[in-house]
Design a protein. Structure first.
Length: 375
């Protein structure tokens, strides 16, 4: 089979940058390029007794060869290799007297060409190409060609790590927000909105906020929507950090699964959301309602903040109703009485407004729930 052109080799390497894509295609291309018996990308930490492991092997590698490279002593590898980044070496195993040479000759491997691709966390990432005893040894020109490919393998491995770390961070962030009951949305400069976690998708399903056919984020209540759209415009137009907290009427107070209002935080953000892959000014929107708080939480709130029974009930109802009038009507007391309780609540909780109180109560109750879960 003819060897692939150099550009095709490079293309095969970069096709392996996603964590879900195996390295087989790139290593098989090396096998064809150099007429090698097999090609292996191996990672091993330095030093006697250091840990080591197979990173990837092409489809032509035999199980015996893979097992040998996985079990060979790291000290033997360093003795035979000991390479710095981009340094290469050709080894004829019949000409060296180290334990690994005997193992390779038993597998009919006559010569190995290796290049150190990278060092990561004290470990060497090395490309190996092996030829059998019946094949001619590798040449210096072939080693130079392999060295030219090493930076592309290094870049692909770096991109692969960064993508994996980014994906992990995204899932951790989304899971944390879900656990706290916070819905997260990203609104770009043309007002297209993306739901960033499961809590956001659930909130859209319940109502209060919804997406228009143009994918714009809207509030169900007309007055709340005007305030939300004005705030989004300010965040997207801001040249510096912008952040604002809102208390919006959900427009769905009659729905048993919805609360009377939503606690919303909007901040400016720069993100790549377009096909040109250029950053643009966007708005991050975090939303939390009072669905996770009920009158059954009165006792823990009294214990946490020293609220009186009446103050604890007012604090809970402030999470569930948009107006002081609604809270007063629910309790059957006058509005000035509710406002007096609010002053006492803010002082004991050390907060300055209802949004801060809502965040504090939600986070505190979530923390208590976590301690009750089995390990």
């Amino acid at each position: 089979m003819a060897a692939p052109p150099f550009n095709e080799l490079v293309l095969q390497i970069y096709r392996c940058v996603t964590p879900a894509t195996p390295w087989d295609a790139a290593l098989d291309s090396l096998h064809r390029e150099f007429g090698a018996r097999d090609a292996i990308l191996r990672i091993a930490s330095r030093g006697v007794g250091a840990k080591h492991s197979m990173f990837a092997a092409g489809s032509t590698s035999t199980p015996e060869t893979i097992t040998m490279w996985e079990n060979v002593s790291p000290y033997d590898l360093v003795a035979a290799g000991g390479l710095s980044v981009d340094e290469g070496r050709i080894i004829r195993w019949s000409e060296v007297s180290i334990p690994v040479a005997d193992k390779l000759e038993q597998l009919a491997i006559g010569s190995t060409m290796m290049v150190c691709v990278d060092t990561v966390d004290g470990a060497e990432c090395v490309l190996h190409c092996n030829r059998s005893l019946s094949q001619p040894p590798f040449t210096k020109d072939e080693l130079e060609r392999l060295r030219q490919l090493a930076p592309h393998f290094r870049n692909a491995m770096r991109i692969r790590r960064e993508l994996a770390e980014s994906e992990m961070a995204k899932h951790v962030h989304a899971a944390a927000l879900n656990r706290l009951g916070i819905a997260a949305f990203l609104v770009n400069s043309v007002r297209q909105c993306a739901a960033l976690n499961d809590a956001a998708r659930c909130l859209l399903a319940r109502g209060g906020l919804y997406l228009q056919s143009s994918e714009a984020l809207r509030a169900a209540d007309h007055g709340a929507d005007r305030l939300l759209q004005r705030t989004l415009s300010e965040a997207i137009a801001a040249n510096s950090l912008y952040a604002r907290s809102l208390l919006l009427d959900s427009g769905a107070a009659d729905d048993e699964e919805s609360t009377g209002h939503l606690h919303v935080a909007v901040c400016s953000w720069s993100a790549v959301t377009n096909v040109f892959e250029k950053p643009e000014q966007c708005a991050l929107v975090y939303v939390r309602d009072g669905s996770g708080v009920s009158l059954g939480d009165e006792k823990p709130l009294r214990a946490l903040f020293g609220f009186t029974p009446a103050e604890a009930r007012v604090a809970i109802l402030l999470m569930r109703f948009a107006s002081v009038r609604d809270v007063a009507a629910e309790l059957g007391v006058a509005e000035p009485t509710v406002r007096a309780h609010m002053r006492a609540i803010y002082g004991k909780a050390d907060v300055g407004n209802r949004s801060e109180l809502a965040s504090l109560i939600h986070n505190s109750l979530v923390a208590l729930t976590r301690t009750d879960e089995p390990g």
